[in-house]
Design a protein around this ligand. Structure first.
Ligand SMILES: [Cu+2]
Length: 261
C-alpha cells in the first residue's frame, strides 16, 4: 500500500495530477518479421505517454536475448547514446541484433537502479520486449527473471478493441495485489536521431491507467489504440532495498497493438 501511495504522490508533484509514470523503454519498431534482418534496439528511461522528461540510465546490470531457451548476453554490444526527449536529453543505450532463424526472440533488460530524488527511492524496471519471425514458439514461457510479466496473449500481435492479459511473477511465483501502470508511446520516434518528436497528439488520460493483479497475479486491459503499449507492475520484485534506500523493483512488458483491418 505504501508503494501505491508513493506512486500517486510523485505523479501529483510532477504534473499536478496529470497521468505520468516512469517507463523503461526497450524499443524496436517492427516486432513481426517475415525475413532475416538486423533490428535496432533503443534503451531509454522516460515518460512516454506524457512525452515528459527523460532520465539518465546507468550501465545496465543485464541485457540478454532469449531464443528457444538459449540466452545470449548483449551487454557487450551496447553503445551509449544521448536520447532527446521533448524537454531534455538523457543517457540511454542502443544496439542492433541480427534476427535470422524463425521463432520468438525475447529481449530482457535489467537496468541499474535509478535514484529518484523526489521520492528518495531507487527504481529498477526489469523490462521485456518481443520480436517474432514467422513462427510462434515460446513467447508464453517465463525467463526466470527476478520479476516479470508473462504475456497470456501474443505480445507482438494484439488488436484495437481486443484485450491483453498478463500474469505477474515475482521470483517465479504469481504475485497478487500489485498495481500495474499502463501507457503507450505517444510521441513519434526518430530512430536515427535518438529522439522523441516534440509533438505528441495522442490522448493523455487525467490520471494514470492502472490495473491491480488478482490472486493469481493476472490482470487484463482493453486496448483502446494502436501502438506500443507498456505495463509496469510496481514494487513487484523480491529486492526492496538498494544502497541503504527503498527500492521499487518493477516488472515492465511491452506489446504491439494494431488496428484490426
Ligand atoms: Cu518520473
Amino acid at each position: 500500500m505504501k508503494k501505491l501511495l508513493a506512486g500517486a504522490a510523485i505523479a501529483t508533484i510532477a504534473l499536478s495530477g496529470a497521468a505520468q509514470a516512469h517507463f523503461q523503454l526497450l524499443y524496436t519498431p517492427d516486432v513481426m518479421l517475415d525475413s532475416a534482418q538486423e533490428i535496432p534496439l533503443k534503451l531509454m528511461f522516460g515518460h512516454p505517454m506524457e512525452n515528459g522528461h527523460a532520465m539518465d540510465m546507468g550501465s545496465p546490470e543485464a541485457f540478454d536475448v532469449y531464443f528457444k531457451g538459449k540466452k545470449t548476453d548483449l551487454l557487450p554490444t551496447l553503445d551509449p547514446i544521448i536520447w532527446k526527449g521533448a524537454h531534455n536529453e538523457a543517457k540511454g543505450f542502443e544496439t542492433t541484433y541480427k534476427i535470422k532463424r524463425n521463432g520468438d526472440y525475447i529481449f530482457a533488460l535489467t537496468p541499474a537502479p535509478y535514484y529518484e530524488s523526489s521520492e528518495d527511492i531507487y527504481i529498477q524496471q526489469i523490462t521485456k520486449s518481443f520480436v517474432n519471425k514467422a513462427m510462434p514458439v515460446d513467447w508464453a514461457e517465463p525467463l526466470g527473471l527476478k520479476t516479470e510479466i508473462l504475456p497470456l496473449n501474443k505480445p507482438y500481435q494484439n488488436f484495437v478493441g481486443g484485450t491483453f492479459t498478463g500474469k505477474l511473477l515475482s521470483s517465479g511465483k504469481p504475485k497478487g495485489g500489485i498495481e500495474c501502470e499502463i501507457e503507450y508511446i505517444n510521441p513519434k520516434i526518430d530512430l536515427k536521431g535518438n529522439a522523441f518528436a516534440k509533438e505528441a497528439d495522442g490522448p493523455v488520460p487525467d490520471s494514470a491507467i492502472v490495473a491491480i493483479t488478482d490472486d493469481n497475479g493476472v490482470f487484463t486491459f482493453g486496448l483502446p489504440r494502436a501502438g506500443s503499449w507498456g505495463f509496469a507492475c510496481l514494487g513487484a520484485g523480491p529486492d526492496t532495498e538498494f544502497d541503504g534506500k527503498e527500492l521499487s523493483q518493477d516488472a515492465v512488458l511491452w506489446i504491439d497493438v494494431k488496428e484490426f483491418k
